[in-house]
Design a protein around this ligand. Structure first.
Ligand SMILES: Cc1ncc(C[n+]2csc(CCOP(=O)(O)OP(=O)(O)O)c2C)c(N)n1
Length: 708
């Protein structure tokens, strides 16, 4: 480490330009944090070897840069999106040894997760330290959303606090930079000039994959150097003083409002990737030795001696003190209570707002002429944006016109289906804007905004293209509340046009697949079949406290048969409440979406043959109305489940299985299902008609069941 000879008594508390403005006391404090981090790693390794904890991943070799960042930034004011190696960073921000060890043993009082997350996934709301998942790089997009929330609050201070110079830290490894989410986040960070500090800790490896395989040229800074507005800084992240200086410069840039910074810290990984890995299988001894020579703790110790800032006995005393702290914390953590197994289902959803409750049962006052489903959605969005200034909406093509100068002279795009038409014109470009063509970007940013108290309602242009966002939905959106034991949440709405019957929609504009999302606990799934339900259910989605996937059937957007009256700006429909669309006594059909109308037509035809069919529109898939299904089965003893999605593993399979399980003795016939063929939806209308379930198919199965 660079420095000049400064005697110990000359500079105990005053800062020295030779040490990037750090005083001896600062340096000693930083050294202590680095040492504490290492000793905690070693204690956890011991606990794991003794089978008293269940996983370990260390920060060994990363401590200097992390301490420098943590000491520079402002917990509780700046925001932090860490990754699993950030032990020294989190200690520097104020996370305690005891709390870390509570995480290691999975104690009930582990403040990060109550024993739900692996150790090393630290979080605490009062520090603005946001609960990370284990999926590398997803946090990059959350950081962007958090920074956008900051800009929003600066503009609308009555809605939330953000200082003019607050910065969002996004921390990740060199391997993580290969993920699309890293690049999708850089896109928006630069486009919107966001105050984001990317800390890339490059230890040369992602488990066993060396950086030259990961990154062309082996250095991420070469790849990002052309991003407009991105400041790029490299530093030896094992050198505490150099790291501190580099962080100073990085933060100065980010705090000045000029845009994002990427700080690449070259570090070493002194232990294997985690205790589930053995690096001797893929690293030479010589290479490991070379890394050991760069050990930041050793370097810092040598520096303190060389600069006469500490002597052997001072550091020995400090080490004893750290060891005592770690031992005491470990003893207490090992004695701490473990999580109660009966709490396993807690905090999948908001404990305070129940969208199935009477609070969401508000009929409203239907008035005016009947409107289409897409108009009902548009009107609801308008009214809700008026009602709640925290609602923002963005997605691909959803704005009226991105170029402000043209907005007055054009009618506006407002979404490829026009569901968002006029929102930007009415509520402004801060609240309604286009996103890049990147679905993970859309959902990931929305999560970051929601964490900071905004209410994003985002559009995925076609359900068929939701898949790049699947990681964000499955691993982040639905799990944040659960994994943080209710400390963090991200209630937001994803609107996604779904389904076929388009005559030409083909494979990539006709997909269904609600059952895939029904397999993601933590997510509400809404699937209206008509205009009035769409309005009431969308309002509930926007006012509840959970993440909602709001599926809008494209074919139903503009039909005449499902038009309805708009019931005003307060109309709400509770989730999990099916609607009986037709009463009948012989057969019950459980259905939703585009199959509702087809089933009603089939029921009409069945009635002509003397078969009385009850038609139940589920309206929401998660939760679904089991009571309504149970009543229908007990009343009719014959049941069909009809949906547009493929038969195999469609949501009908779940309903049929549960009926067989719980209502078997009430049945007079097998539970039958109607669904699409198990293939994609092909282009030619004749093929489409053969693949998707039609009225005739529903009628045939109704007949089979009634005649059984
Ligand atoms: C999206 C995703 N893919 C794979 C993994 C499994 N995994 C965990 S850590 C890791 C390597 C990450 O390397 P890097 O980003 O360089 O960070 P380091 O652990 O070296 O600090 C991998 C592949 C994961 N957690 N997330």
């Amino acid at each position: 480490m660079k420095g000049s000879t400064v005697s110990q008594d000359a500079n105990s508390a005053s800062s020295s330009p030779a040490y990037e403005g750090l005083s001896r006391d600062d340096l000693m404090r930083f050294y202590r944090t680095m040492l504490l981090s290492r000793r905690l790693d070693d204690k956890e390794i011991q606990l794991k070897n003794q089978s008293r904890s269940y996983f370990q991943i260390s920060a060994a070799g990363h401590e200097a840069i992390q301490t420098a960042v943590g000491m520079h930034m402002r917990p509780g004011q700046d925001w932090f999106f860490p990754y699993y190696r950030d032990r020294a960073l989190c200690l520097a921000l104020g996370y305690s040894s005891y709390d870390m060890l509570l995480g290691a043993v999975g104690a009930a009082d582990d403040p990060s997760s109550g024993g739900r997350q692996m150790p090393a996934h630290w979080s605490r709301p009062d520090l603005n330290l946001v609960s990370p998942s284990s999926a590398v790089a997803t946090q990059c997009l959350h950081g962007i959303g958090a920074a956008e929330a900051c800009q929003y609050y600066v503009q609308f201070p009555e809605l939330g606090h953000c200082g003019n110079d607050d910065v969002v830290l996004v921390s990740l490894g060199d391997g993580g930079t290969s993920e699309g989410e890293f690049w999708e986040s850089l896109n928006t960070a630069c486009t919107r000039r966001l105050p984001v500090l990317y800390l890339v800790q490059d230890n040369g490896y992602a488990i066993s994959v060396p950086v030259e395989i990961q990154t062309p040229g082996g250095d991420i800074t070469r790849l990002v150097s052309s991003f407009p507005g991105l400041e790029v800084i490299s530093v030896d992240g094992t050198d505490l003083v150099a790291s501190y200086g580099a962080v100073s410069r990085a933060l100065e840039y980010a705090r000045s409002g000029r845009g994002p910074v990427l700080l690449k810290a070259s570090v070493v990984r002194l232990y294997s990737h985690s205790m589930s890995d053995d690096e001797r299988q893929y690293r030479s001894e010589a290479e490991q030795k070379a890394d050991e020579a760069r050990d930041p703790l050793r370097q810092c110790r040598a520096f303190l001696f060389e600069e006469n800032l500490a002597d052997e006995s001072t550091l020995a005393e400090l080490a004893n003190e750290v060891d005592a702290e770690v031992q005491e914390a470990a003893d207490r953590a090992l004695a701490a209570a473990t999580p109660e197994p009966s709490t396993a289902l807690r905090y999948l959803y908001s404990p305070s707002v129940d969208p199935t409750s009477a609070q969401f049962d508000v009929a409203g006052e239907p008035a005016g002429d009947p409107i289409t489903m897409v108009t009902a959605i548009n009107r609801t969005l308008h009214d809700e944006m008026e009602h709640n200034p925290r609602i923002l909406t963005f997605g691909e093509d959803i704005a009226d016109c991105s170029r402000a100068e043209a907005l007055t002279s054009v009618p506006g795009k407002g979404g490829v289906f026009k569901a968002t038409l006029g929102l930007q014109r009415t509520y402004g470009r801060e609240r309604v804007f286009n996103s890049p063509l990147a679905e993970a970007n859309i959902v990931g940013r929305a999560i970051g905004m929601a964490v900071r108290g905004l209410k994003p309602v985002v559009e995925i242009q076609f359900f068929d293209y939701i898949w790049p966002a699947m990681m964000q939905i499955r691993d982040e959106l639905t799990m944040l509340r659960y994994r943080s034991n209710n400390a963090f949440s991200c209630p937001l709405v994803i609107r996604a046009p779904i389904g076929g019957y388009l005559r030409g929609g083909s494979l990539y504009h006709s997909q269904s697949g609600e059952s895939i999302f029904a397999h993601c606990p933590g997510l509400r799934i809404v699937y209206p079949s008509n205009a009035s339900d769409a309005a009431g259910l969308l309002r509930t989605s926007l006012r509840c406290d959970d993440p909602v996937l709001f599926l809008e059937h494209k074919h139903l957007y503009r039909q005449t048969y499902n038009r309805g009256l708009y019931a005003g700006a307060d109309h709400r429909i509770p989730f999990g409440q099916a609607q009986v669309q037709r009463n009948g006594t012989d057969v019950a059909v459980i259905t939703w979406g585009a199959l509702v109308q087809r089933t009603l037509l089939a029921a009409e035809r069945a009635a002509q043959r003397g078969v009385s069919v009850k038609v139940i529109d589920l309206r929401t898939i998660a939760p679904y109305d089991w009571d309504a299904i149970r009543c229908a089965v007990t009343e009719t003893s014959r049941v069909v489940v009809a949906h547009e999605d493929q038969l195999t593993c469609g949501f009908g399979a779940e309903i049929a299985a549960r009926i067989a399980d719980e209502l078997f003795e009430h049945l007079d016939a097998p539970v039958k299902r109607v669904g699409a063929l198990d293939c994609p939806v092909a282009y030619h209308p004749d093929l489409e008609a053969a693949i998707l379930p039609q009225t005739d198919d529903v009628l045939r199965v109704i007949n089979e069941v009634s005649e059984y």
